[in-house]
Design a protein around this ligand. Structure first.
Ligand SMILES: NC(=O)C1=CN([C@@H]2O[C@H](COP(=O)(O)OP(=O)(O)OC[C@H]3O[C@@H](n4cnc5c(N)ncnc54)[C@H](OP(=O)(O)O)[C@@H]3O)[C@@H](O)[C@H]2O)[C@@H](O)CC1
Ligand SMILES: [K+]
Length: 530
């Protein structure tokens, strides 16, 4: 699959840190020095001219990093003010605090003090990181709201906040701000850049955390390489939108399958069926079919009911057309073993999806279930029970709630003081994939994909809001179908489809309509395969 970045939970990160320190490979002090120095360097790179900073240091090691940042910026000639806690932190942070005190003073970390300070060009949030144990309350909460502009002085902080590890108060495992009401969330501080260490955490990539994180920079602080060895838990990976898109991000076996050998004929690249419905929704299935062709399926046949066939007598000429009016006709078609993937849902109609799904699921072939097929599955639990591990479901949030009402019910109980108050999007998707026995892709700016094995990918693409347009989901379904037809395993097909879909939108830019998406695929394949 894509060589994405491993994501670690806060607990996994703490375990790696304590193992590394326990084995003598590194010291906590050296890690903190590296972390603070790297953050200071990135802040300097990002802000070449302003040289006036306020560093807000919390009670623990995140605050310790803050003292290191303050020292490095001071030594680089910046004017540095530090607001800190009157507490006794752990030994490493205490040492860094002392090092700072040799250079400057520490004023109290209070809302009143921050309000009195003359404005700075840059604010460094080093209050809390991975050690958050409860909701942030009282004066520290007021400070965070001030940084988020609640006091009508938004322009003072906007675009000037640099977060160490995360915006303080963010639960890095769920992406939630525990205890923050929706009114408070309007004034949650947003970082211009977040400098985090060793690996991204789920909270950097899931909403609302990803909206508060800004440009996420992951820096190496000298911890040993851990990829794949952290715990027996199934892997959790980020599919970076920021990756320079090239073959190096794709496992050689997948790249080989995407490329076409001169010795291959069209059937070697799979034959996808796209089930279409009535004439009024013909466009959805045609978008999916076009995308499946563009991603390189050897053949794609669109299968409308016979009365809707005239609607499909149009381009692309490469598309084959075959009417399917009932289960028997579909079964006759599926008797051809060269049909390697089926897409059902876009523009299909719920009644037609309900009628045809038993034959499709019984065929045991890779299949993509979207839109009306998902509604059919949510209404008929006996169909749901026939899903299998070669199925990929691509629900949006409404469809997800209907498919998995028991999982969705665990969500949205309002703000709570506890960390990880309700299942995160990752937990939900893992439960859904386990429950359905199908690869499940929950669409959104933070798309999460989970396999029944528990393997999970996050694809965060906040930079392509124009992807929210009619027919966009149909195109995603078509790309995934084409990849399934080309014999990519279901999880890989879903994850690669999410990446190619967002990359196509990024390539086209604002003004995008879904018809434009398949047309970007050749250039993206070119980048992937060279
Ligand atoms: N892992 C690594 O490899 C490295 C990690 N590094 C850095 O360390 C950071 C983690 O440090 P950390 O564990 O000390 O936690 P941190 O976030 O500073 O907070 C803990 C303090 O806050 C307190 N506290 C918690 N919640 C609170 C609340 N709601 N309201 C009020 N207080 C609250 C808590 O008190 P307590 O819960 O015990 O009452 C404790 O005093 C990490 O993000 C990174 O920046 C790097 O230096 C190098 C390598
Ligand atoms: K922080």
């Amino acid at each position: 699959m894509l060589i994405g970045s491993e994501i670690l939970t806060s607990a996994q990160m703490r375990a790696i840190e304590s193992d590394a320190i326990g084995s003598g490979a590194v010291t906590g002090l050296a890690l903190m020095e590296q972390a603070g120095a790297a953050a200071a360097a990135l802040i300097q790179q990002a802000t070449p001219s302003p040289k006036d900073v306020i560093v807000l240091c919390g009670p623990g090691n995140n605050g310790g990093d803050g003292y290191v940042v303050a020292r490095h910026l001071h030594d680089a000639g910046w004017s540095v003010r530090v607001l800190g806690m009157d507490n006794t932190p752990g030994a490493d942070a205490a040492h860094m605090k002392d090092m700072w005190l040799k250079r400057g003073q520490i004023r109290p970390l209070s809302d009143a003090q921050l309000m009195c300070e003359p404005p700075a060009n840059i604010y460094v949030d080093a209050i809390f990181g991975t050690g958050l144990t409860r909701k942030v309350a009282g004066d520290l909460h007021r400070i965070l709201l001030r940084l988020g502009g609640r006091n009508d002085d938004a322009e003072r902080y906007s675009g000037r906040i640099y977060a160490i590890d995360c915006i303080s108060g963010l639960d890095l495992d769920s992406g939630q701000m525990p205890g923050w009401s929706s009114e408070h969330m309007q004034h949650a501080p947003r970082a211009n850049m977040t400098v985090a260490f060793h690996r991204p955490k789920p909270g950097h990539l899931l909403r609302p955390g990803c909206l508060l994180t800004g440009d996420l920079q992951i820096v190496d602080i000298g911890l040993p390489e851990t990829k794949g060895t952290v715990s027996p838990a199934p892997p959790l990976q980020a599919i970076w939108p920021q990756f320079p898109f090239s073959r190096s991000q794709v496992r050689p076996a997948i790249a080989q399958r995407l490329a076409k050998s001169p010795l291959d004929h069209k059937f070697r690249h799979g034959h996808a069926l796209v089930i279409a419905g009535g004439a009024e929704h013909a466009g959805a299935a045609r978008l999916a079919a076009r995308a499946a062709l563009r991603i390189g399926a050897g053949l794609v046949t669109i299968c409308p009911p016979s009365q809707a066939m005239p609607e499909h007598n149009t381009t692309p000429d490469a598309l084959m057309r075959h009417p399917v009016d009932d289960t028997q006709e579909l079964q006759d078609l599926l008797a051809d073993p060269r049909i390697t993937a089926i897409c059902i849902g876009p523009g299909c109609g719920i009644a037609r999806a309900t009628a045809l799904l038993p034959a499709i699921l019984a065929a045991g072939r890779p299949c993509l279930l979207d839109a009306d097929a998902l509604t059919a599955l949510s209404r008929d639990r006996s169909l749901f029970a026939r899903l299998h591990e070669k199925c990929v479901m691509t629900p949006h949030e409404g469809e997800f709630s209907r498919l998995f009402p028991n999982i969705a019910a665990k969500q949205g109980r309002g703000p709570t003081d506890q960390l990880t108050p309700t299942p995160s999007r990752i937990d939900m998707l893992r439960m859904a994939a386990h429950q359905s026995n199908a690869v499940t892709l929950l669409k959104g700016p933070d798309t999460v994909i989970a396999a029944p094995t528990g393997a999970c990918y996050i694809h965060t693409a906040l930079d392509v809001p124009w992807l929210a347009t009619a027919g966009s989901g149909d195109t995603l379904a078509g790309i995934a179908t084409g990849l399934l037809a080309r014999s990519l395993p279901a999880t890989d097909a879903a994850a690669l489809a999410a990446l190619i879909h967002a990359s196509a939108a990024r390539k086209f830019g604002p003004g995008l309509i879904a018809d434009d998406l398949p047309e970007q695929i050749p250039a993206i394949l070119q980048m992937l395969l060279t």
